[in-house]
Design a protein around this ligand. Structure first.
Ligand code: ZN
Length: 415
């Protein structure tokens, strides 16, 4: 066994000796089973100078689970490449593959990517299971008033609903939850996705195939000829898709999509940057849902602190000024129910921006984000900061995690 002391990745819960006793097939199986048990979103194999570090991303945070010799790691990576239908002889070019891993009732889809790094191949597996990817709208972490707003947007026959946030903020999960709400058999629902993440019965799902020239704009034009009532566009990232989406939303379709923007008000700027016509946009926008994910504390072992108890806590809480609660929580030592991590999962932080006459007027004249944000707050939008403080006071999350996972400007701590 090779042990590299200078590495930042140290073996943790999964001792490498266990893997050395196994052949590649059983070792791969054991690692995936462990990743699934930990409810990890990714499993990483990272080739270092003298070893291969194996880690998972769990609730957004990288956690090492094992390390093996370079030779053992190379065999594990080759074995996974073969299972995922990738060319095992190719070591220099980036490769993609897919594979369904199943153990009994549980089926997990694995999306595998392999690239060359300084000391050899790095392999990343994204784990997708229906259990973690299909969550009902009322379990995403939306406050009751925000949930009502989203449900009322979804009841409209036409218009545009945008979900924004960075990669990995749970945007697709939110879109799927919306589709699940709309899926009552009375509406024809078509999607354009890259890739299709989960098969949902009763929904017509199409895959973008840029390699065949079927990109978002091309597929969207064709989907409109399929006479849908609802269209879900995986992502608006070019001006042609933006223009067609706005046109569809203005001509009797309910259009849902994701967009990269840090906050709800910023979605308008992102659409303007894609040359969306402000007047047409203002006439079809129903709402913007901005989101972030934060880790939730394990209720069984979290610890409560009185804010007055220490200067350090008081100082951190003071950042949030008047919205701060008097008791805050911190992750505990870890227990059986959280597998020693102190955390139980993740929950969403949201800003749900609904449009009234004033906000439409501001959109039509391309007002700056700050002005739109203020008008939205005046119109009752609960911003990230308030949404975060609510979750802190409920003991769902702690301030340190918030500051780590959510940029200061989103929490209104920086101007
Ligand atoms: Zn616990």
């Amino acid at each position: 066994m090779t042990t590299v002391s200078e590495s930042v990745f140290q073996p943790d819960t999964f001792q490498p000796e266990t893997l050395f006793d196994l052949d590649s097939e059983h070792a791969v199986d054991a690692l995936i089973r462990r990743a699934v048990e930990l409810r990890a979103s990714d499993l990483f194999f990272m080739t270092e100078e003298r070893a291969v570090a194996i880690a998972v991303r769990r609730f957004g945070v990288v956690t090492p689970i094992s390390r093996v010799s370079r030779e053992q790691g190379r065999r594990l990576i080759s074995h996974i490449k073969a299972l995922a239908g990738m060319n095992i002889a190719e070591a220099r070019r980036p490769l993609d593959g897919r594979w369904i891993w199943g153990a009994g009732e549980e089926q997990v889809e694995l999306r595998v990517n392999c690239i060359a790094t300084l000391f050899g191949s790095d392999l990343t597996m994204r784990l997708w299971s229906r259990e973690t990817g299909l969550i009902p709208l009322d379990e995403l972490g939306l406050a009751a008033s925000d949930l009502r707003k989203v449900n009322s947007m979804l009841q409209r026959p036409s218009g545009l609903i945008l979900v924004t946030g960075p990669t990995g903020a749970g945007k697709t999960t939110t879109l799927y939850a919306c589709l699940e709400t709309l899926r009552d058999g009375s509406r024809k629902i078509n999607t354009l996705e890259d890739p299709v993440e989960f098969a949902i019965p009763g929904i017509r799902q199409s895959q973008v195939r840029a390699d065949l020239g079927v990109d978002y704009p091309e597929l969207l034009r064709n989907i409109l000829r399929q006479a849908p009532d609802v269209i879900m566009i995986g992502e608006i990232r070019d001006s042609s898709t933006a223009a067609t989406a706005v046109r569809a939303a203005n001509s009797g379709h309910l259009v849902l999509s994701t967009l990269h923007a840090p906050r709800a008000a910023g979605a308008l700027q992102s659409m303007f940057a894609l040359n969306a016509n402000p007047y047409f946009l203002s006439s079809c926008l129903l709402g913007v849902v901005a989101q972030r994910l934060v880790r939730t504390l394990c209720r069984a072992c979290r610890r409560a602190y009185d804010v007055g108890h220490s200067d350090e806590i008081a100082e951190t809480v003071a950042l949030f000024e008047t919205e701060a609660p008097s008791t805050v929580f911190a992750p505990g030592e870890g227990c059986v129910s959280c597998q020693g991590s102190g955390y139980s999962g993740r929950t969403g932080l949201f800003e749900v921006l609904g449009f009234n006459t004033e906000l439409r007027r501001l959109t039509a004249r391309m007002a700056v984000s700050r002005e739109i944000h203020q008008a939205a707050v005046d119109n009752g939008m609960v911003d990230f900061r308030k949404s975060a403080m609510l979750k802190v006071s409920q003991g769902l999350t702690n301030i340190e995690d918030l500051l780590r996972d959510v940029p200061a400007e989103c929490l209104g701590l920086e101007d």
